[in-house]
Structure formats: structure tokens, C-alpha cells
Design a protein around this ligand. Structure first.
Ligand SMILES: [Zn+2]
Length: 105
């Protein structure tokens, strides 16, 4: 969904395929999920579903190979929500796409 927003508004909402900091909008780091190991592989954790959680990419990157206790962090229960993750908006976003490339600023 975020990539569609970037495609429609490349200057205001930039995206880099490797999320290069400063070349991608900060929301890619704060609102995209990534798969994380509760016990990092580097610390003996297993690469299996019993050791998986989702995090935002910023937390995943900040955590590195530390254990949650070492950072004073704890897991939270998944939130209950009816939010659809903006999935209802692609047709509206597609309608905003320009036919001409936006000149660099
Ligand atoms: Zn986070």
C-alpha cells in the first residue's frame, strides 16, 4: 500500500527499494512490519514460528541482536482492530496518478 502512495506521489512520499534512509519516507521504517525472532538467531534462537513476532522495521533495526530483557522491552498482545491497512484505497490512488513525470525539485 505504501508503495502505491509513493508511486502516486514520488516527490512527497519517496521510496527506495532498499529503504535507504533519507531516500525513503520515514513511514516505511515506522509503519511497515518485519518478521523478527524473539530470541535472535545470533543468540541461539530458532528460525521457526514459535520464535516469530512482527515489529516495525525501526524497532527491528534498533534491537539488533539484543534480547528483549537486555533492552527492557517486552512483547505486547496483538491489538484488536478493524483497520484494513488502507487496502480499500488503491483505486482512488490509481486515479491520482499523473500521466506526465513529475520534474525533480
Ligand atoms: Zn516499532
Amino acid at each position: 500500500m505504501l508503495k502505491l502512495v509513493s508511486r502516486a506521489f514520488p516527490t512527497e512520499f519517496p521510496y527506495h527499494s532498499h529503504w535507504k534512509f533519507g531516500h525513503s519516507h520515514l513511514i516505511y521504517w515506522t509503519h511497515s512490519t518485519s518478521l523478527e525472532h524473539v530470541v535472535p538467531i545470533a543468540r541461539g534462537g530458532l528460525d521457526e514460528s514459535s520464535n516469530f513476532v512482527t515489529t516495525c522495521y525501526a524497532c527491528n533495526d534498533a534491537r539488533s541482536h539484543y534480547l528483549l530483557d537486555e533492552l527492557g522491552w517486552a512483547l505486547r498482545e496483538p491489538a484488536s482492530s478493524t483497520w484494513l491497512g488502507l487496502t480499500e484505497y488503491p483505486p482512488a490512488l490509481k486515479a491520482t496518478r499523473t500521466t506526465k513525470p513529475i520534474p525533480p525539485s
